[in-house]
Design a protein around this ligand. Structure first.
Ligand code: AMP
Length: 143
């Protein structure tokens, strides 16, 4: 099972934030779409960072409510770990576990084409496990 299979099911749309937005604008978009992170990009293609609800919480804890007026650029994480369509779901699980994050943008030729969240990965793993169990049940009943 690879990233391409996930994108074909969930679609390639990615929620993004511009680096010059305020943190409040990013929070509004996170809330509006019910997502946990936004890829930061000025043109929706080239990735300059990622901002997740964790970054917002950390910033408010250290800087107080006025942190919401800071720019996304000041609060985002710049060193974004990405994957490609060919990467396996197992590889994504390793990236997320070792990096302690729940979102991985998908790139093609360096440009943003999708985003996989830990929810997508878990959903896939559950489906795979169910298929394996069903195959085993059939094997046993017809064997
Ligand atoms: P998350 O668990 O995805 O909400 O993110 C936890 C922390 O990791 C936050 O500081 C995020 O900005 C950061 N983060 C999320 N995804 C990535 C990623 N793919 N590469 C690097 N950092 C990330």
């Amino acid at each position: 099972m690879n990233v391409d299979a996930i994108l074909r099911t969930k679609g390639a749309g990615v929620k993004t934030a511009r680096p010059d937005w305020t943190v409040l604008q990013a929070v509004e978009k996170l809330t509006e779409h019910g997502v946990g992170a936004l890829v930061v990009s000025a043109d929706e293609q080239r990735i300059v960072g990622i901002i997740s609800e964790r970054d917002v919480m950390r910033q408010i804890a250290s800087g107080g409510p006025s942190s919401l007026e800071r720019s996304v650029e000041e609060v985002m994480v710049r060193n974004v770990i990405t994957c490609t369509r060919d990467d396996t779901v197992n590889h994504l699980m390793t990236l997320m576990t070792e990096g302690r994050f729940r979102h991985v943008p998908v790139v093609d030729d360096g440009l943003l084409v999708g985003l996989v969240s830990i929810g997508d990965v878990v959903k896939r793993r559950i489906e795979e496990t169910e298929h394996e169990a069903e195959a085993l049940r059939q094997y046993i009943s017809t064997g």
